[in-house]
Design a protein. Structure first.
Length: 609
């Protein structure tokens, strides 16, 4: 449970409605919720502070002896059972899927004996900074909270009282009795939206998610865990546009007490290919098409202004500030809002974009002439800049370098452009792209490979390793059996494989602009499992996958990183990239699809030099 006021990250579950996500703690407290969008200011920020920064608690008043929870099968409707000496309280939490307004619905239901229930609502807008004006309606039967552009209408199932800016209720339930609560956000200048019936909305939400889950065609060895990951990706999708945010949180630290705390409530271009793979191979072509279309809208414009990330609707200005009134998760500061990495120059995004669009076409998504015009323009720009240093996919703030992964992905961009022309009859300077494909390949192999140690390095001339080079066989740059691939895999296992997990790179040696120390980046560990399978070490690959899958919490969610020393999740949560890795690697290892997700190189043919 809580240590110094904080729950372990693994103790949270997620609710979502296709526009935002709430995090519910194992103790019944909603500690994080941004309204009305993923990237909006939070009205509950206790995750990064304490209850005074906003939270909503619904739990037994008496001591809890045992807590069990689960999602209703194939849904995002959460059931938490609190066992006390006198009875069992079940709290059913959901966020209805509707267009009018975002709601959080909570139902307290006694399943056994008699339980005294405690409800506390603390609303603080703007990440815990703004205390709203609260107007109670009726005889403690509800309230409206307003501050600036935000308004929240709260309908409790029992009368409440307001004390010290906290709305509370205390009541008893006997077996079979239920009490609903509904919280609804709306713009303060507009009328209150139509209310929802809590019980009907919960059942409607259950049916909606089960209908969505039935569309999945994955039925492999890890069906439940994979489907939970797919549901999580759907929950992280901004429904109006199709954009998928990296995580619904900001500033959950990569090392407890550290400064590597970032806002992940945005959409990264580099996630596009792997996300498309996961969705397409599971049968979710509609979601894959929406993600592809979001990508095209977001990057449209002058090629030299292409960003590595955008807002959920394609916003470009993601100005980073530090929020000094929040103490941070377990004292990890600063708390950041926005992300300055959006202004970085990262060459790899061109490869990820071109790879994603080729994958979409190969899997049957419709062609788009305007999209090809944009791609040709982006390739013309890449011809001018591919040989420049950049900040790389890890978004270092210690100066630009010639990162090997960035150059490999430049090769991918030229390769996929050629393939689009060859396979789909697209017109463009194909001969020039072929020449550049050969040139980039030759340079990477000459300048990015340490012959003495038999491994690719993080950047030209460096000795440090980088887990991103595990992508080399996955994107088809080299065949899996190439000795340079096997040498790189072995080197990473020697130097970056710590306590059974893969580090991105050695932060003690790298000049990335920050003090050393972070957890193991879980997507890199999934990449290693893919590589091990591709080079024939399937037993090791399966063992690694099982270890990674075993890190999921009791409701199947994973964070960005894992700290083996502390034995706990770190980083933002739940993390889309991690769940994408789980889906793709599971499909690769158990052969559940006709085109295994982790073997794009083989599926698309031999590497081209």
């Amino acid at each position: 449970m809580r240590t110094d006021g904080y729950l372990p990250i693994r103790d949270y579950a997620a609710l979502g409605d296709g526009r935002t996500v709430a995090l519910v703690g194992l103790d019944g407290s909603i500690d994080w919720l941004c309204l009305p969008r993923f990237d909006s200011p939070a009205c509950f920020s206790a995750l990064l502070g304490d209850e005074s920064h906003g939270r909503w608690l619904l739990a037994p008043a008496a001591e809890v002896r045992r807590t069990e929870r689960r999602y209703r099968k194939d849904t995002l409707v959460l059931e938490t059972d609190f066992h006390t000496d006198d009875g069992v309280l079940r709290v059913v939490d959901s966020m209805p899927i509707r267009d009018q307004a975002p709601d959080v619905v909570r139902i307290a239901h006694c399943t056994k004996g008699r339980v005294t229930v405690r409800m506390e609502l603390v609303l603080r807008f703007d990440f815990g900074h703004v205390v709203p004006w609260v107007r109670h309606t009726g005889d403690g039967e509800g309230l409206t909270a307003i501050a600036g552009p935000d308004a929240i209408h709260f309908v409790p199932g029992r009368p409440t009282t307001g004390e010290d800016l906290t709305t509370t209720a205390r009541f008893e339930l006997e077996a079979g009795e239920s009490v609903p609560f509904v919280l609804t956000w709306y713009p303060s200048h507009k009328p209150e939206p139509d209310p929802v019936d809590a019980h009907a909305a919960t059942e409607d939400t259950t049916r909606w998610w089960r209908h969505w889950s039935r569309r999945s065609r994955y039925d492999g060895r890890h069906r439940d865990l994979v489907q939970r990951s797919l549901i999580t990706l759907k929950a992280l999708t901004y429904a109006p546009t199709g954009g998928i945010v990296a995580a619904p949180t900001t500033s959950l630290p990569e090392a407890i007490g550290g400064v590597r705390n970032w806002d992940y409530r945005f959409c990264w271009v580099r996630d596009a290919t792997l996300t498309l793979q996961a969705l397409l191979h599971a049968g979710y072509t509609e979601e894959a098409g929406a993600w592809r279309d979001w990508l095209l809208r977001a990057v449209a414009g002058s090629p030299d202004e292409m960003q590595i990330m955008y807002g959920p609707a394609g916003e470009r200005r993601l100005t980073e500030i530090e929020v000094d009134w929040l103490p941070g998760y377990e004292g990890s500061t600063p708390v950041r809002i926005g992300n300055a990495a959006s202004d970085q120059f990262q060459i790899d995004v061109f490869g990820e974009l071109m790879d994603a669009l080729l994958l979409a076409r190969e899997d049957g998504l419709s062609s788009d002439d305007d999209a090809w015009t944009l791609q040709v323009a982006l390739m013309a720009y890449l011809e001018e800049v591919w040989d420049e240093p950049d900040e790389g996919l890890w978004e270092v703030r210690g100066g630009r370098r010639h990162f090997v992964h960035s150059k490999v992905m430049a090769w991918v961009a030229f390769d996929r452009a050629v393939r689009m022309a060859e396979e789909f009859g697209r017109e463009g300077p194909v001969d020039r792209w072929r020449e550049l494909r050969v040139q980039v390949h030759r340079e990477v192999c000459e300048r990015g490979f340490d012959r003495e140690r038999g491994t690719f390095t993080q950047s030209y001339g460096s000795r440090g390793l980088d887990a991103a080079t595990l992508m080399i066989p996955l994107v088809g740059f080299l065949e899996p059996g190439d000795e340079r691939v096997t040498g790189t895999v072995e080197a990473i296992m020697r130097e970056l494989y710590v306590d059974g997990f893969v580090l991105r790179y050695d932060t003690h040696d790298a000049e990335d602009g920050f003090p050393p120390g972070e957890g193991a980046f879980l997507p890199c560990s999934f990449w290693l499992a893919d590589c091990l399978a591709m080079i024939g070490r399937t037993d090791e690959a399966n063992a690694l996958f099982d270890r990674l899958a075993g890190l999921a919490n009791d409701v199947g969610l994973l964070a960005e990183e894992y700290d083996p020393r502390l034995g706990r999740m770190v980083g933002n949560f739940p993390q889309a990239f991690t769940h994408v890795g789980l889906v793709n690697t599971a499909m690769n290892l158990d052969g559940a699809t006709t085109a295994p997700a982790g073997r794009r190189a083989r599926r698309r043919g031999a590497a081209r030099r």
